[in-house]
Design a protein around this ligand. Structure first.
Ligand code: UDP
Ligand code: MG
Length: 317
């Protein structure tokens, strides 16, 4: 028999937290009295996370684990989890307890009793984070909301999804996934629960600046073609300017005024040159996104897996 709820937790170098997190998540689920499984995806951790997970699998019969062959990034680790989940609903969360398991009962209530198909937990504030990350993400969401037309402000990856939603999500074939955006795109009936982000347990965030910028570019290219349209718009604008300037220069030449505007020429050169560079860059981003989609590579590679004892037992029956 399928579990009612699958909890999906992607982890990367979380050896210090994983025991505490899994124990807490499990105890909250046991309190709820639902049939559940926990699915941990080890995103190619370089520390002893996998050994810890193996030990936990021996202790907790509801625990399954997948180990990816290298670090594919949180988005793809999530993919692996969503593709393998068996539950009638899935709860996606982080391993650092910044997504409080105390919200489970309210999430499940909204799904089971009130009938919502997506329950999203929305950050009331962003908790303790370095200032540059706070500002960076505020700017990122402002831009993304404007461009994509989806309000992702305060969105987190802490969500409950009904089986129907997961099915629809699995039918989205893209390789470049952006979980928050994709669930917003899917629609369905959604409820929101606000929560205060607690401080991260164990060391610092697993996202470096480079991976955050990569995520931002991925989010924009997969959810908006506005930058491409902006290129066209800027192109048209500069063409108009060039026509007016060209006409003026021609007129001056015709009436015999000497052309003295050396500075203007240089400035124009620089301006047009930079606009072309930026435009090419934006076009390049989209081309590389298209290129990645057309490669049809598997999204992630599994190195090994452990199946929960509960699932094994039910399979035998
Ligand atoms: N994570 C992952 N792969 C990565 C980076 C992070 O699976 O390449 C996991 C990480 O272990 C954690 C979750 O994604 O469970 C969120 O990461 P983190 O708390 O570092 O991100 P933040 O809360 O700063 O967004
Ligand atoms: Mg975190």
């Amino acid at each position: 028999m399928n579990p009612e709820i699958t909890i999906i937790v992607p982890v990367y170098n979380e050896e210090a937290n994983i025991d505490e997190a899994l124990t807490l998540i499990r105890s909250h689920m046991l309190q709820l009295g639902e049939r559940f499984e926990m699915l941990i995806i080890d995103d190619g951790s370089k520390d002893r996370t996998w050994t810890r997970i193996e030990a936990c699998c021996r202790r907790f019969e509801e625990l399954s684990a997948i180990r990816l062959s290298r670090n594919f990034g949180k988005e793809l680790a999530l993919c692996a989890g969503l593709e393998q989940a068996n539950g009638n609903a899935v709860i996606v969360m982080d391993a650092d307890l910044q997504h409080p398991p105390a919200l489970f009962s309210e999430m499940v209530h909204k799904w089971r009793v009130e009938g919502y198909e997506i329950v999203e937990c929305v950050k009331r504030s962003r908790g303790k984070e370095p200032l540059q990350k706070k500002w960076g993400s505020a700017l990122f969401y402002l831009m993304l909301n404007r461009m994509s037309g989806f309000d992702l402000h305060g969105a987190s990856d802490f969500k409950l999804l009904d089986r129907k939603v997961i099915q629809a999500w699995r039918d989205m074939p893209e390789r470049n996934t952006f979980f928050r955006g994709m669930t917003a795109w899917l629609g369905f009936s959604r409820a929101q629960i606000e929560f205060e982000v607690p401080e991260r347990i164990g060391s610092t965030s697993r996202w470096g600046l480079v991976s955050l910028v990569k995520l931002a570019v991925q989010a924009v290219t997969s959810f908006s073609s506005l930058p491409l349209r902006f290129v066209n718009f800027a192109g048209a604008l500069f063409l108009c300017g060039a026509i007016v300037l060209g006409a003026q220069t021609l007129y001056r030449k015709l009436v015999g005024e000497a052309v003295t505007g050396f500075t203007t020429v240089i400035l124009l050169q620089l301006m047009i040159g930079s606009v072309i560079m930026v435009s090419l860059g934006i076009v390049g981003e989209y081309i590389s996104a298209i290129y990645n989609e057309t490669k049809h590579r598997p999204r992630y590679v599994v190195r090994e897996r452990i199946t929960a004892k509960i699932t094994e037992e039910t399979e035998e029956i």
